[in-house]
Design a protein around this ligand. Structure first.
Ligand code: LAC
Length: 230
């Protein structure tokens, strides 16, 4: 699909990435800072970076392990790399915080507005459904999504095409008829590879990935999303 073939108003379904897009993975920073004063941000950043690297490495190497455990592995790596010895209680608390990540404050209203406009909504995440359902419930977003889809269903991680194909199977529609929303630039690119009309939520003013493809639209936060479908 070329850029000129993007037509967001015609998308009947809007599929969302979870971590980083709906939920702020760096909301663990506060607890991390209590555990390791002054180091919360560094820990949070490296934890997330390693978590993603491990998903890519495991998918490429055919060594799938579920996202919860990959997340724990990444936390252990980050604490060692930053020389922040972590007790079992601290590890447990930080992992539990992942089930209560804060949603970005504007998200709930944006989702409700899309739903009221007649769009079908879904989540497509690396996280297994139990993990994602917990943060969805914590954010008061229950009942908004027709499907919560997970790479766990196919034992692979994004950017594997089989993960994106889960949305096509769930809605019995080609990807071209669906929008895909992600704050992770690489995820928005891979969704385009898979045929979706992707929207990149560029909250931090990052430069685009150079991957021979561009999102159909770039916004700064989810409150701009409903306007794209008018
Ligand atoms: C997810 C990761 C990419 O939710 O944040 O799939």
């Amino acid at each position: 699909m070329s850029q000129s073939e993007c037509s967001l108003p015609q998308a009947a379904v809007v599929v969302f990435d979870a971590y980083g897009t709906l939920f702020d993975v760096h909301s663990v920073r506060l607890l991390a800072d209590q555990c390791f004063p002054g180091q919360g941000q560094a820990l949070s950043q490296l934890w997330r970076q390693k978590q993603l690297e491990y998903t890519w490495l495991r998918s490429l190497g055919g060594r799938y392990k579920s996202f919860w455990w990959v997340t724990q592995d990444a936390l252990r790596y980050a604490s060692q790399a930053l020389k922040l010895p972590m007790s079992q209680d601290q590890e447990n608390a930080l992992m539990q915080a992942y089930l209560k990540l804060q949603a970005f404050p504007e998200n709930l209203a944006a989702l409700r507005s899309l739903k009221a406009a007649g769009k079908e909504l879904a989540i497509l995440s690396n996280g297994e459904r139990g993990m994602v359902n917990a943060v969805v419930a914590h954010a008061g977003m229950e009942g908004l999504f027709s499907h919560v889809l997970s790479g766990d269903q196919v034992g692979q991680y994004k950017t594997a095409p089989a993960v994106y194909a889960l949305a096509e199977q769930a809605f019995s529609r080609p990807a071209q008829e669906m929008a895909f929303v992600s704050s992770n630039a690489w995820d928005a690119c891979a969704a385009r590879w898979a045929g979706f009309q992707s929207i990149w939520v560029n909250r931090q003013g990052q430069v685009p990935e150079v991957l021979d493809v561009q999102a159909c639209a770039v916004i700064n936060q989810l409150s701009e999303l409903p306007g794209l479908f008018l």
